[in-house]
Design a protein around this ligand. Structure first.
Ligand code: A2P
Length: 257
């Protein structure tokens, strides 16, 4: 039987009708690599119900943090969305996942492309000083339907920019590009369109995406993953995994919650 920790919820914050984040205590024995996920959940009718969740805290932080969707009839999230301070949450002790630096060949610019809660694995990655040692630029693109859905990511990035130790590094290297598809905003359009047209790179003052210098991590809905996968293959990128490093990696572990 794999290790299962029982942790205590410390804070809960609701962002929209469909998104919330929470922090919990962290067992000192719980270690992970930035970008990984673990199984978390609740005991429901006496039985553990678990789903894959990326850690949104950095490995050096004392608390665990997660970013979740709320689905009214979701087997887990219909319950998880009611979490309150002091509640217990189950945290599996075997983190895993493909969105890790070892699965990518060295490069100059790292593109982190996420939609919705697909932002989550990138939160631990942008909080990890090692990420900034590996790349000249780290581009975080978060695509959502509406502006309020960007709230969690905006707070994370703002906190990092003001961080005592990382602030300067982040100001230098982290390029944050929130984009919205269903209401007016300063950046608009799907990530696929922004890349196909080159608008993303143009807005950021970067050269067009290319496999010689750029590395890409993808996390989002199955449609988004499929479309961006095809796009990257078309650009000559190779997919990396535990079997060998490549120019892009995809997280496929997230299913209906
Ligand atoms: P859109 O509003 O045009 O559907 P969702 O909540 O459905 O996962 O969507 C989150 C964001 O991802 C939305 O901005 C949505 O745009 C966008 N999106 C949905 N499907 C794709 C796709 N196949 N490729 C890129 N972006 C997508």
């Amino acid at each position: 039987m794999a290790t299962m920790y029982s942790e205590t919820v410390l804070t809960v914050r609701h962002w929209t009708d469909t998104l919330f984040s929470f922090t919990a205590t962290r067992d000192p024995g719980f270690r992970f690599i930035s970008g990984q996920f673990t199984m978390i959940g609740l005991k429901i009718n006496g039985r553990p119900l678990l789903r894959a969740y990326s850690m949104c805290n950095a490995n050096h932080e004392e608390q665990l943090e997660f970013f979740s969707i709320k689905v009214a009839d979701g087997p887990l999230t219909s319950h998880l969305q009611k979490l309150a301070v002091g509640d217990e949450v189950l945290v599996g002790g075997k983190p895993t996942g493909t969105l890790i630096q070892d699965n990518l060949r060295p490069g100059k610019t790292l593109y982190l492309l996420g939609t919705g809660t697909g932002l989550a694995p990138f939160v631990s990655i942008i909080k990890d000083p090692d990420t900034y040692e590996r790349y000249e630029h780290v581009v975080l693109v978060h695509g959502c339907r509406t502006i309020p859905e960007l709230g969690y990511g905006e707070l994370i990035v703002n906190n990092l920019r003001e961080h005592e130790f990382f602030g300067e590094l982040v100001a230098d290297k982290l390029l944050y590009y929130p984009t919205v598809t269903r209401e007016p905003f300063r950046n608009m359009g799907r990530i696929t369109t922004l890349l196909e047209t080159g608008k993303l790179e143009a807005d950021l003052g970067l050269p067009r995406l290319n496999k010689e210098t750029d590395r890409v991590m993808l996390c989002g809905s199955p449609h988004m993953l499929n479309d961006l996968h095809q796009f990257l293959l078309g650009q000559g990128f190779h997919e990396g995994s535990h079997h060998g490093a490549g120019e892009f990696v995809i997280e496929k572990a997230f299913v209906e919650k």
